[in-house]
Write a protein that binds this ligand. Structure first.
Ligand code: PLP
Length: 411
């Protein structure tokens, strides 16, 4: 056991050695890097090797690793106890802040992951409209609940099939998936089936097929049609929430959904998700209404403390969003001058696609050269840079990353 690698040891007791598939470095020719600690823009592995981190816990850490304000707040909260399963003031403070910051959220409920937030939003939409069908978009990822595992992005994009085994066909029969950025496809599906559609769920800026930027007017047209037909529009802002700005993608583009799913940044590195939106829809949730949802650790005081201190930090340093965007834009411009490979960027997010073609949807993203991705990923690792270990993911920077850090990616 002692002489086995950490990954071999992990594989003996954990399927695939990991607790989430994309961490396994599958097909990349090296074992996953086991992380010991992180500080600011860097992580350090168990061998003491330091890496500039452009993955940042899949976008969760906008203030970088071990931010002192979050660590201090969490350390103090721990001394008061870790979980009560009863209301705390923290939950109301956090909900008030989220309602203040995210334009379309009038009421919010906290859960423990983005997956749970999406499950709840879909159940709410079905309960509210009494319709069954859900429209999603190819290559968008909305967590691992059954209904969302059709034509999904992120780790599902690496599966040989377009969906997961173990999902009942009658569950995905109500999930309709369309190409992103194709307004004609959306309009014709709506023309046929609007009266059966409970919800349209989308990442307003898809970040799980690599980063894809919405075409001008695309989100607004979807909003217009969903509103007209009484279809609940759900923005899954698990990645974009508090990342594109305090008000997420909805504020960035000025298009407001009925329900919003949040995750990642909202937990400050702890497991928090949230679903929020129109009061009349949110009030369908138990105990007020007939749509059931619950969670033992929902609104956990340690997680709420980490989330609150993160959101308060962002709200009092809101200039960071322009700073981060200008760093990434400068980098993307420099990349375009030095490499034929396509780069997309928005705010503090970017993806270098392993193709020289434009990427506007999942089928474009799938045309990448995996061998080239693998070569580039391993070169970055050797130079002390940790980029997402899949070509269908987005890179992030934090407030702790400088332009010099980004420049290292240029080689
Ligand atoms: N929605 C989006 C847009 C995501 O990117 C993710 C995770 O990456 C999820 C939902 C699921 O969140 P979680 O992994 O917290 O369940």
């Amino acid at each position: 056991m002692e002489s086995d690698s950490l990954f071999t040891q992990a594989n003996k007791v954990i399927p695939g050695g990991v607790n989430s598939p994309v961490r396994a470095f599958k097909g990349l020719g090296i074992d996953p890097i086991f992380i010991d600690r992180g500080q600011g823009s860097r992580i350090v592995d168990t061998q003491g090797q330091s890496y500039l981190d452009f993955c940042l816990s899949w976008g969760a850490l906008i203030t970088g690793h071990a931010h002192p304000e979050i660590i201090n707040a969490v350390s103090a909260a721990l001394l008061k106890g870790t979980s009560f399963g009863a209301p705390t003031i923290l939950e109301t403070q956090m909900a008030t802040l989220v309602c203040d910051l995210v334009p379309s959220i009038e009421k919010v409920r906290f859960v423990s992951s983005g997956t749970e937030a999406v499950m709840t939003a879909l159940r709410l939409a079905r309960g509210f409209t009494r319709r069954q069908k859900i429209i999603k978009f190819d290559g968008c990822y909305h967590g691992h609940s059954d209904a969302m595992l059709a034509e999904a992005g992120s780790g599902v994009a690496d599966l040989p099939l377009s969906s997961s085994q173990g999902v009942s066909e009658c569950v995905t029969a109500d999930t309709l998936s369309l190409p992103y950025n194709d307004i004609g496809a959306f309009e014709s599906l709506i023309a046929q089936s609007a009266d059966q559609v409970a919800a349209v769920i989308m990442e307003p800026v898809p970040a799980n097929m690599g980063l894809v930027v919405p075409h001008e007017g695309y989100l607004a047209r979807i909003r217009e049609l969903t509103q007209y037909y009484g279809i609940i529009l759900i923005f899954d802002e698990v990645i974009t929430g508090f990342r594109l700005g305090l008000g997420g993608a909805q504020e960035y583009f000025g298009v407001y959904p009925d329900l919003t799913c949040l995750g990642k940044i909202i937990g400050g590195g702890f497991p928090v998700g949230a679903v929020g939106g129109r009061s009349d829809i949110m009030c369908q949730l138990a105990p007020l209404g007939p749509v059931y949802q619950a969670g033992t650790l929902s609104g956990n005081p340690i997680a709420m403390t980490a989330g609150l201190s993160t959101l308060r930090y962002l709200a009092t340093h809101s200039h960071i969003y322009k700073d981060l965007e200008s760093r990434v834009t400068q980098f993307a411009d420099a990349w375009r001058k030095s490499s034929p490979l396509t780069i997309t960027s928005l705010g503090s997010m970017f993806t270098i696609f392993n193709t020289s073609q434009a990427v506007n949807n999942f089928s474009d993203a799938k045309k990448q050269d995996f061998a080239l991705f693998k070569k580039r990923f391993l070169e970055y690792v050797n130079k002390g840079m940790y980029t997402p270990p899949s070509m269908f993911e987005t890179s992030f920077i934090s407030t702790e990353h400088t332009y010099e850090d980004l420049r290292q990616l240029l080689g």
